[in-house]
Design a protein around this ligand. Structure first.
Ligand code: ZN
Length: 167
């Protein structure tokens, strides 16, 4: 068993089963972490409000098979805007657990979560990209489902559902 602290942004937080929560963090030193919070629904749980999406936290984590978040202090937060929510969704879609990326962390702590910047830091250059379908240079969307860019005419909301990002 290993115990460590992580300075991190909460990317996502969902109930898992009756009482537990599954939380995705993006941490400065560890990259993406998927951690469990046990009995998150209990009244006594002081962790839950701190582990809201877009919060910056200092998290105490133990590794025992998987990761378990045993404490989390809120250190700040990014504005709860649609733009920021989409940005952290994109980060969660495109990053793998355990891959650190200091450039991405710098974007996160700058507080300016622009889809374009996030894509570029993760190797999806926007500048020379063209629509996957028609090769139009006027790209407007990125889909994390097939990792392709699309122009306004070729974007298919039905197919990609929420996995589509306005650049
Ligand atoms: Zn197109």
């Amino acid at each position: 068993m290993r115990e460590f602290f992580a300075e991190a942004l909460v990317l996502d937080c969902k109930m898992q089963g009756e009482a537990d929560k599954r939380v995705f963090l993006y941490a400065k030193n560890f990259g993406k972490i998927m951690g469990k919070v046990k009995s998150a629904r209990k009244i006594k749980s002081k962790l839950s409000p701190n582990l809201q999406i877009l919060n910056f936290v200092s998290a105490k984590i133990i590794e025992r098979g998987g990761f378990q978040i045993i404490d989390a202090l809120k250190e700040g937060n990014l504005a709860m805007s649609q733009k920021n929510i989409k940005a952290v969704e994109l980060i969660n879609d495109l990053t793998e657990v355990g891959e650190t990326d200091l450039d991405l962390w710098k974007i996160i702590i700058s507080g300016k979560l622009e889809i374009k910047k996030i894509l570029e830091s993760l190797g999806f250059g926007v500048k020379y990209a063209s629509c996957f379908n028609c090769e139009n240079k006027k790209i407007k969307f990125f889909s994390s489902k097939d990792l392709c860019f699309y122009c306004e005419n070729c974007v298919n909301y039905e197919r990609f559902q929420e996995k589509i990002y306005l650049i």
